[in-house]
Design a protein around this ligand. Sequence first.
Ligand code: HEC
Length: 144
Amino acid sequence: MKYAAALAIFAAFTLAACGGQSESTGGSASPSAPSAAAPAPQTTPEERGRRLFNECAVCHTAKEGEPNRVGPNLFGIVDRAAGQAEGFAYSKALTESDIVWTEGNIDAFIENPQMFLRGNRMAYVGQRDAEKRADIIAYLKTLK
Ligand code: HEC
């Protein structure tokens, strides 16, 4: 009985050791897996921006002729004067501003809307990541 138990333990130990070894062999072979997945991150800024725009799309449409929502339609927004979307009731702060939506102004605005223009009605917390803002702007530039 005692002998059989010892044999079982020995067998289990040997199996575990083998298992461990074959696992580590698998591990050393796996670096090929990440490189196979590598092409995925090679998206363009415009594509990343289109995805990031989902945050904005809660309030904004982007295609030509789409209706205003909580916020105005943003088709053709880059380099346009503020407050021009047809049929949208802008805040006084925005209509009375003489902002032109250059890339720089959009960048500052979406980083922190209330800091950029006090009294505007865009209830968006802001995108603090500069690269993400650049991607969003790259996407906005395609809307023309
Ligand atoms: C919670 C709703 C909401 C979200 C989310 C939101 N916006 Fe807005 N946005 C508004 C509103 C409302 C206005 C109009 C503000 C005013 O009249 O003061 C506006 C105005 C703007 C304007 C100026 C439009 C013009 O015609 O002058 C730009 C540019 C803009 N938003 C971009 C964005 C971008 C880019 C995002 C995402 C990063 C975003 N917004 C997220 C509600 C939103």
